[in-house]
Design a protein around this ligand. Sequence first.
Ligand SMILES: Cc1ncc(COP(=O)(O)O)c(C=O)c1O
Length: 449
Amino acid sequence: MGKNQLIRERDLAVLWHPTTQMKDHEWLQLLPVSSGNGVWLEDMEGQRYIDAISSWWVNLFGHANPHISAAVSEQANRLEHVILAGVTHEPAVRLAEKLVAVTPAGLERVFFADSGASAVEIALKMSFHYWRNVGESGRNRFVTLSNSYHGDTLGALGVGDAGLFKAAYEPLLMEPLVAPSPDCFALPREQWDAHAARKLADMREIFAAHQGQVSAVIIEPLVQCAGGMRMYPPSYLTGLRALCDEYRVHLIADEIAVGFGRSGSMFACEQGGISPDFMCLSKGLTGGYLPMSAVLTSHLVYEAFYDEYTTMRGFLHSHSYTGNALACAAALATMELFEQRDVLADNRLLASQMLKAVEPLQDHPHVGDIRQTGMILAMEMVAQREPMIQFDWKQRRGIKVYQYAMANGVLLRPIGNVIYFMPPYVINSDEIRQLAKVAMAGIDAATRD
Ligand SMILES: Cc1ncc(COP(=O)(O)O)c(C=O)c1O
């Protein structure tokens, strides 16, 4: 038995994989990765694969990046971790200073956690608790957008709207108010702003009908990633900020997936010229090295918690690994890589190369929409283009593309019928061409019958 097969069998005897119907692995092979280098992953028998999805959108500057690896290794020899309650350390302070400096104005306090979902939980709790602390305890509701995703823990799942992930748990979840998403699926760009304006009007109705009851609205700025890379324009962010100010509702920007350059700007909120009341960051924060997240908020929010202990206004929330020194070192090294060259400018070139590489799909009878925001490019497979008919999800066409790509040296992870590229920023033009060639052939193969 080959090395790949051996580890697959050992794995299936003991492991339970994330977001996976394990029975699928009776016919769908696991990819046993033994090493990584740049955009490449290598299996246990030396076969190489382009990581086109940045390992669930976390990797920014390539696998085994020498600069980040060195920083983590040096930190490991000095201090790996220490409790952050009652203790401080240089990497945590430096990282907090950096995050305050690079995020939109007004975000001045940093609370660390260890995953995207935990950051979302923290932002929800902080917003809710803030209103109690300032004497507006009637603000108990959260507003979310349809088709949104904010993580899989119960609170985060509750404010998401991805039926697939939450259906089984409905009785356990809070009930958010759901506003229609400004998602511009299949609309020409020139109609995006008008579409967003109509969705803002829907949001206004919800705010108006629940005056004094809403704590916060939570959004994924510009791209609803897990919801199938659905996109909308910056004008929605600008309009939503104004609405939140008018109705005194917090705005939580979940930039866990789109932060750190994915959207084309360092943070997606910048494109709408806005500062949220809370910003959740994770994934790219450590360059894809270590689990870490952060919630940034304003002095105003922080001050509302600052009081004598016995008033019970404090934010009594923790995770054991909060402010982990290794993760801080990885994040600081990642920020240094942003400072060493104009990453966003270089990405603009890569983004245009990605779009150009899939140009032949413009006329494909089974590709209904090609959309792009920054370093995220998505292609939607459809049964018929005009009038548009979606493939039945039970046909699992995306998995066919996944299998084809895997057999041809590319790791994709389609979301339903949506094939997307979200590669590390160190991909080059040859690799983009190779990736596009495989993805296009995969789409052909998966849509043939
Ligand atoms: C927008 C958004 N929020 C939250 C999360 C949850 O992050 P984590 O998987 O680290 O809990 C994700 C994960 O994909 C995400 O895309």
